[in-house]
Design a protein around this ligand. Structure first.
Ligand code: NG1
Ligand code: ZN
Length: 547
């Protein structure tokens, strides 16, 4: 029987900072690392209850702030199949993080036990890890104190990527099932993905070196271990921005978020024409590729380019396997470039839907498809095989060697993909596989369609909670009248599109715009951002670079 007797005493060691309100957002809690100890301690308590509510299955806890600044940190819970925490529990997280006293922390735990009908005699189990941030060790200690208070059975994975932790959780919970996901260790991870990769590429021409910008984060040591496990010229890599020791380097002037937001290579990287480059973010769940053409012009291959590449490849394989009733679909968010959406609909003729920002929303939409590829434009995404698709693959009776080969490749692809969550390393191996099999350069991959110029801006306002949206976050319902202003501005620009939504991870409002030309796009973006600033309580400097 789990007792809450020790909770108040342990909780007193991690006082909640005065005047701070915490919110479990799109990717868990995320804020200044130095303010997070109480929240991480309390997240440990909730992870224990969540585990008991899931009959003692393992719940994951990851301490990371992804692509954000090094002084930030965050914590999120991972559900038993490696997916994001069920949304109905996010409110509990927010409530307990904001509890004003140690007694209230205990009271909230008791009320969750009651509301969820939790059997507290079940042994709770939690697996946890952190990224390379300097505040990580202290927050980990707070987490461990919470786990000790509830006598949780723990597995500490140390410093690993976020998707590795998701993978471990899924492995731990399927270990003794009829479909074990894999060995729940780092070497099990490297083995599973590395072997699947080699199965798919062996016998094809070998690619040139891939230059990987690891954002000075945890992806650097981990991708090196992956390469050691693969130990093949099919995966020849050069890891840059791999300094996880020096303070102040994580995600600074490098990494997937920098490259995508600024649409330029990491600082200090000159791109050799024909060279192959990619960037991870600080916890290695996002990846973007890029190259320079013969004129030295930078070209970005973002999450939309990855999802179209992957969806095309899967569609062709499914057809080659003779499994025409297996439908490949694509899930995007409103941040997907308009050209990619048109390409999926009009050229690939595949079903596509828009989900709200945040991978949990995309993941749920993709679960509804036979084979669903979901990617955010920023490079976070993966592919899901619906259980009915897996059954069809199992029942498939190939009548030709070509069909048998395609079915074998679909199985190998399923092993190559981290289905629990978007994973820079697994996605990288997937992209590499497709490029190797097609014998394509990055420019050949890029040729499918041309992105419309786009711009993403941030506006700081007094209260971002007044911003409410509908229509997969593309239409504002509040503040009143602001959507009409956006619509009127959009109407002025050919191929114009713009939308405004509150960020789920930062205290700001995001403005996205695209249009037929760079100049139109920038004018539109800054006009919308200016309108948000003027009409909805903008703070600081008015966004007005071009007007
Ligand atoms: P917010 O801050 O809600 O826009 C950002 C990204 C999301 C997602 C989360 C989690 C954009 C525009 N937004 O969310 O796609 O990745 O962070 O990290 O890229
Ligand atoms: Zn990340």
């Amino acid at each position: 029987m789990t007792s809450f007797a020790k909770v108040a005493e342990h909780s007193a060691r991690h006082p909640k900072p005065e005047g701070v309100t915490f919110e479990y957002g799109t990717a868990g809690f995320r804020t200044l690392g130095e303010t997070l100890a109480s929240t991480v301690f309390r997240s440990a308590l909730l992870a224990a209850l969540r585990s008991q509510s899931k009959q003692g299955r393992v719940i994951g806890v990851m301490i990371t702030a992804s692509h954000n600044h090094e002084r930030d940190n965050g914590v999120k819970l991972v559900d038993p199949m490696g997916e994001m925490l069920q949304q109905s529990w996010e409110g509990y997280c927010t409530d307990i993080a904001n509890a004003d006293s140690d007694a209230q922390v205990v009271h909230i735990l008791e009320s969750i036990v009651k509301a969820e009908g939790i059997d507290t005699s079940i042994q709770p189990k939690v697996a946890y890890a952190r990224d390379t941030r300097p505040s990580g060790p202290l927050l980990q200690a707070a987490l461990e104190d919470g786990l000790t208070a509830l006598e949780v059975e723990v597995t500490n994975y140390g410093v690993v990527t976020t998707p590795q932790l998701h993978y471990f959780v899924r492995c731990l919970n399927t270990e003794h099932s009829s479909a074990p996901y894999g060995d729940p260790t780092e070497s099990g991870y490297n083995e599973k993905y590395g072997q699947a990769f080699l199965r798919l590429v062996e016998g094809k021409p070998q690619p040139s070196t891939l230059h990987i910008d690891a954002a000075n984060g945890v992806g650097a040591p981990q991708v090196r271990k992956l390469a050691d496990a693969i130990a093949s010229p099919y995966f020849s890599i050069d890891v840059r921005n791999s300094d996880t020791e020096t303070l102040g380097k994580l995600n600074i002037d490098c990494g997937a978020d920098y490259v995508k937001s600024n649409q330029r290579p990491p600082a200090g990287t000159s791109l050799a024409p024909g060279g192959r480059y990619c960037s991870f973010d600080g916890d290695a769940d996002r990846i973007v590729y890029y190259y320079a053409d013969e004129h030295g012009i930078f070209h970005l291959l973002d999450g939309d380019k990855i999802s179209t590449l992957v969806a095309t490849y899967l569609r062709d394989l499914v057809a080659a396997a003779g499994l025409s009733d297996l439908q490949v679909g694509v899930v995007q968010t409103a941040y997907a470039n308009g050209s990619s959406t048109s390409y999926i609909k009009d050229t690939l003729r595949l079903p596509t839907v828009f989900a709200k920002t945040g991978v949990k929303h995309l993941h749920h939409e993709a679960e509804r498809m036979s084979i669903g590829a979901y990617f955010e434009a920023n490079g976070h995404g993966t592919v899901l095989f619906n259980p009915s698709a897996v059954d069809k693959l199992q029942e498939a009776k190939p009548t030709t060697p070509a069909q048998a080969d395609a079915i074998g490749r679909l199985w190998a692809l399923r092993d190559l993909i981290n289905e629990s969550v978007g994973d820079a390393m697994s996605d990288m191996l997937l992209v590499e596989t497709i490029l190797i099999c097609k014998g394509w350069t990055l420019a050949q991959w890029d040729a499918a369609y041309t992105d419309l110029p786009s711009r993403l801006l941030k506006v700081v306002v007094n209260d971002r909670n007044i911003f409410k949206t509908t229509n997969a976050e593309q239409t504002l319902t509040s503040p009143p009248g602001l959507q009409d202003v956006v619509d009127a501005l959009v109407a002025k620009f050919p191929k114009g599109r713009s939308f405004v939504r509150p960020s789920g991870t930062e205290d700001a409002v995001r403005v996205y715009a695209e249009a037929a030309t760079r100049s139109d796009c920038d004018q539109l973006a800054y006009a919308v951002a200016g309108a948000v600033f003027d009409k909805a309580g903008g703070r600081g400097e008015r966004p007005a670079e071009f007007l």
